[in-house]
Design a protein around this ligand. Structure first.
Ligand code: G4P
Length: 528
């Protein structure tokens, strides 16, 4: 058991990420959350606003301005008596692998839905991922300053499409031009909306009680009556908030508001910091590790390269699972079986790099990586175990990569292996030839890899078509795998971590291989 001060610190922590479909308002809400966390003086400085340009240049520019992507990776701020860690996930769907892995490092999620559109594709996919660990979900229905869909219908859609019960905590009064505010069901009060106050923390007017005649004069008697009628229906037809079900990921508290108008975000944050779980346990190959357990432990879920041109290093993001990090402490790097002394872990509080003196379970620390850290690595205060459940996904897109200058083969190989350890891309080396095949989950990854090979490894590379349409990691009894390796050589490759992989020219070919070799497991995901 950790000591009393550590326990106090750990219990204060709330670590979450935002999941949403692009354009639902994740960036805007992040700005407002930071505004409330006092981490920013004026909201609107998290990242440059998207202009008419598409996401691609947005991302590349962001990457170029490394300082910006640092601040948006991990944000820590105090909120009331809690300390919140908000982890950013790349917005573009081509970086979904990174997003999935980031979701293994949080204890709860905020789901943002564009209330004019309802449940969208990417939210559906991300919710599937949060389901793998039954992550508790808080929901924010955004853009109430626009004409939205019927709120009751929205809740229905979330319940049926995402298979999670909804418990409204606030309820909207009108929408679009006639949006007047929300009624808070738990506090029995109406909070009135003012337009044009999106960049500040608003002094809001609050009206106590639903039957209060002040409500009629404030929002108009028609809307006030509509609210009373709707609430009667809502209270009868929807679920009450149940903390147990919430913690099991089966019920989500729902808030309404507008991120742009900075309205309702504080209600959501109040709920999130009150109900979202404190740092949770994680599985290892030797059983579960709890946040309160004695001794430091953590796992790496993301590696980001050269974030600051002045430093030109790679940072491994490590989620602390138990105990406390102290500057200068010795950690066991369990995959390579070595002790390392860490005196320069980073935190990203308020957007600046700052040397960190201490951090606790629930926090994310940045470790300088000189090539020995990979995604999925475990650090402990001495014990030999490894965290499990940090996935790699079989790529769906493949290209052969070739050098313009053949003399730089070594740099190319080194660059690709490092980029694959970072999770930026996957690389496969066929057993039968000297090709290098790059596999990606999203098409944008290819461009990023070529750009980074050029700037970081000084290698000019180009892509060619390759006849591969899917890949599966190969597992099985040693003898069977050896036999398979001999017989199916022409379709086998090693990935960046030397794991045997079947690369199939067509899905039909894969199916035939699966039928022909029933003792071999063809896996779509691989744990680091
Ligand atoms: P994302 O990170 O989830 O992709 O969404 P982001 O916050 O960038 O928001 C997408 C668009 O929706 C932005 O407008 C943003 O201003 C707008 N938005 C966010 N919240 C609200 C809201 O509560 N009400 C309204 N009306 N709009 C909202 P954009 O025109 O695409 O970008 P920009 O030109 O404003 O940068």
């Amino acid at each position: 058991m950790a000591n009393a001060e550590s326990l106090k610190q750990i219990k204060k922590r709330r670590t979450f990420a935002i999941i949403s479909h692009p354009d639902a308002g994740k960036t805007t809400i992040t700005e407002k959350v930071l505004l409330f966390g006092n981490a920013l003086q004026t909201a609107g400085t998290v990242k440059g606003k998207k202009s008419g340009q598409h996401a691609k240049s947005d991302w590349m520019d962001m990457e170029k301005e490394r300082g910006i992507s640092v601040t948006t990776s991990v944000m820590q701020f105090p909120y009331h008596d809690k300390l919140v860690n908000l982890l950013d996930t790349p917005g573009h769907e081509d970086f979904s692998e990174d997003t999935y892995r980031t979701l293994t490092a949080v204890d709860s999620c905020l789901m943002v839905i564009d209330a004019a559109k309802g449940v969208e594709d990417r939210t559906r996919k991300l919710m599937e991922v949060t389901r793998l660990r039954d992550t508790p979900i808080v929901t924010f229905m955004n853009k109430l300053d626009r004409d939205i869909r019927d709120p009751m219908e929205l809740l229905d859609e979330v319940e049926t499409e995402l298979d999670i019960l909804c418990a409204p905590i606030t309820w909207p009064i009108g929408c679009g031009k006639s949006f007047k505010g929300v009624y808070h069901l738990h506090r029995d009060e109406t909070v009135l909306y003012q337009t044009g106050m999106g960049h500040t923390i608003q002094e809001v007017r609050i009206i106590k009680g639903l039957e209060n005649t002040e409500l009629d004069s404030a929002v108009g008697s028609d809307l006030a009556q509509q609210l009373r009628d709707e609430l009667e229906l809502v209270i009868g037809a929807s679920n009450e908030f149940d903390e147990e079900l919430f913690l099991q990921g089966q019920l989500t508290p729902v808030y309404f508001g507008t991120a742009l108008g900075n309205f309702g975000v504080d209600h959501m944050l109040d709920g999130l910091t009150e109900w979202a779980p404190e740092p949770q346990s994680r599985e290892t190959d030797q059983g579960e590790i709890n946040a309160e357990d004695e001794g430091f432990s953590g796992f790496v879920f993301k590696i980001q390269a050269n974030m600051d041109p002045k430093h030109r290093d790679r940072i491994a993001f490590c989620r602390i699972v138990s105990g406390k990090y102290e500057k200068g402490m010795k950690m066991r790097h369990t995959r390579i079986g070595k002790d390392v002394r860490i005196s320069d872990a980073l935190t990203f509080l308020a957007g600046d790099r700052a040397l960190l003196e201490e951090a606790y379970a629930g926090d994310i620390i940045g470790l300088h990586n000189h090539g020995s850290i990979r995604i999925g690595d475990t650090f402990t205060s001495g014990k030999e175990y490894r965290f499990t459940g940090i996935p790699n996904f079989a790529p769906e897109l493949f290209k052969r990569i070739r050098l313009k200058d053949p003399l730089k083969q070594k740099q190319l190989q080194k660059g690709l292996i490092q980029l694959s350890e970072e999770g930026a891309v996957q690389v496969f080396r066929p057993l039968m030839n000297n090709d290098l095949i790059v596999g990606a989950v999203g098409v944008l990854q290819f461009d990023v890899v070529v750009a980074r090979l050029k700037s970081e490894y000084n290698v000019d590379a180009i892509y060619e078509h390759v006849n591969v349409s899917t890949a599966r990691w190969v597992y099985g009894d040693d003898k069977k795998v050896d036999e398979f390796r001999r017989k199916a050589q022409q379709n086998l490759a090693l990935d960046g971590g030397d794991n045997l992989t079947y690369i199939a020219p067509t899905m039909v070919n894969l199916q035939l291989a699966q039928e022909r070799y029933p003792d071999i497991q063809f896996a779509k995901t691989r744990e680091h």
